[in-house]
Design a protein. Structure first.
Length: 321
């Protein structure tokens, strides 16, 4: 018996290094085969919740199916399978452990099911009571860009101004306002209206009463006209003004007004009916007006001077100064 055992041990240990190499090679071939015939398919995970509760922490939105063996290279579709977690019985909320279940829903695949596993198979979910509240929509923080030189944002209005939001209590408590997708003012020269989406600070909270906000922006141009001349209304024919000064006019309005106001020939008018003879007079400067074709495009917001000192002299008899 001892002789037989010693012969067995001798045979087992003889050429042992070759046998180890053969074993490693066999394991390598096996693993390579398994990997080369393996494929993965992510499918959506459906979570069934108890009434009045929602998930308040991240959870796997996908489950990965891992196919092995010769059939692992076959092309399966996401709709061939269904992954679910049933949390509907956890009516007290809190952190709960849910077991993922995967089933084949395609009848053809059911008849010849593949060899597969999936991950994750269990996961810890956090359930919280759902609450809701109204928060203001912060539109101004979402307005970006720079207007062209000479243009200003005169007013900004939006509707609705508040939105009802809903979500897990801890997530909703941290929400004090809603934002918007950015609105770019760059290059704009006039009023415009736009609708943009409401944006909330985390994916666990959602807007209930509105998904978008309607915004109206009033943009006007501003321009200062320098070296504006004076018109002396009602001045007696025998008098003239010595070196009348120049003034300036500030206008605000549409892009059309900005483009045409300089060529409109605006002037500052002085009522000279009270000038009775040569001498120096302090006269009021009337508010200038826009030409008729530009009246609806804007307004004159300021002018200088509001009064002017003018010195008048008599013309010579032939009518020339």
């Amino acid at each position: 018996m001892k002789l037989r055992n010693s012969r067995f041990v001798h045979r087992l240990l003889s050429n042992w290094h070759q046998k180890v190499i053969a074993l490693v090679a066999s394991l390598f071939i096996y693993v390579f085969y398994r990997i080369s015939t393996q494929s993965e398919l992510p499918i959506a995970l459906k979570v069934d919740l108890p009434p009045g509760y929602e998930l308040s922490h991240d959870w796997p939105r996908k489950v990965t199916l891992i196919f092995r063996g010769a059939r692992g290279t076959e092309k399966y579709l996401e709709q061939d399978f269904k992954a679910t977690v049933d949390l509907s019985g956890f009516v007290q909320g809190g952190t709960v452990r849910g077991e993922v279940k995967v089933e084949i829903v395609n009848e053809a695949v059911k008849r010849n099911p593949p060899d597969y596993s999936f991950s994750p198979s269990v996961f810890d979910f956090v359930l919280e009571r759902v609450t809701e509240k109204y928060v203001p929509i912060d539109v101004k923080a979402g307005v970006r860009g720079t207007l062209p030189p000479g243009y200003t944002l005169e007013s900004l209005t939006w509707s609705p101004q508040n939105v009802l939001v809903r979500g897990p209590k801890s997530r909703l408590d941290a929400v004090t306002k809603a934002a918007i997708q950015p609105v770019d003012l760059s290059g704009r020269r006039g009023p415009f209206s736009i609708s943009t989406k409401i944006v909330l600070p985390n994916a666990f909270v959602r807007a209930v009463t509105a998904e978008a906000v309607a915004i109206t922006a009033v943009i006007k141009g501003e321009k200062t006209l320098e070296n504006v001349g004076f018109v002396l209304n009602g001045l007696r024919a025998e008098l003239f003004a010595l070196a009348p000064p120049k003034g300036k006019i500030e206008v605000q309005g549409t892009a059309r007004l900005m483009e045409n106001v300089e060529a409109a020939g605006l002037t500052l008018a002085v009522d000279c009916r009270g000038v009775t003879g040569p001498g120096e007079y302090t006269l009021a400067v009337s508010r200038p007006v826009l030409p008729v074709d530009l009246e609806g495009e804007g307004a004159i917001t300021a002018w200088e001077p509001k009064e002017v000192k003018l010195r008048f002299a008599a013309k010579v008899k032939d009518g020339a100064p």
